[in-house]
Ligand binder design. Sequence first.
Ligand SMILES: [Mn+2]
Length: 226
Amino acid sequence: MKFLHLSDLHIGKTLLEQSILEDQKYMLKQILKIVDDEKIDSVLIAGDIYDRAVPSSEAVEILDWFLNELIRKNKVKVFIISGNHDSKERLNFGSKIFENDGLYIQTSYNGKIRKVEVEDEYGLINIYMLPFIKPIDVKNFFDEEIESYDDAFKLIMKNEEIDNSKRNIIIAHQFVTNSGKEPERSESETLIIGGSENIDVSNFDKFDYVALRTYSWTTKNRKRNC
Ligand SMILES: [Mn+2]
């Protein structure tokens, strides 16, 4: 099965108070061409579909068009999780109904990571869908103390039984670092990432592929916006 992994579409984003919707639509058309040329079977979108919790009507219209092209024209399955920019409730609209057509949207953690099974000629593939979550979203499901995002993730993963005789993919939208180390950067950049929002890469050890968010690093004079 051939997957295409996307994230951080941020549809409806403005740059210097200018709409970039036309450019975003052009970009999405290029993605549709890749899906067609490469004969993609499933598209994974790892959060931040929209740029804001209440997207503009034009942004909603473009997402509607994009999903319709993917699912109706290209006949692919689409898996979407919410990112930190998305409204869980709004993005979740219609999700149960859309599943009949192969559009899976997950915007909450309910004590177990949502798992969707797909199949190809080699057998089953488990697709785990974990939207962007904060420790508070997890606390109700565990008795243990949770002080950080990493604590929350350790508990989430401990509570899962990943069958390693199958192929396992997870879609997530967290800040992931290796043993708390900062990623490489150029001298002019200062990473604002750091501290308790990070989770360690080892949380994903049991997965064959981890479809994460896109990181965008900004200079020290600007806030991170990713
Ligand atoms: Mn983002």
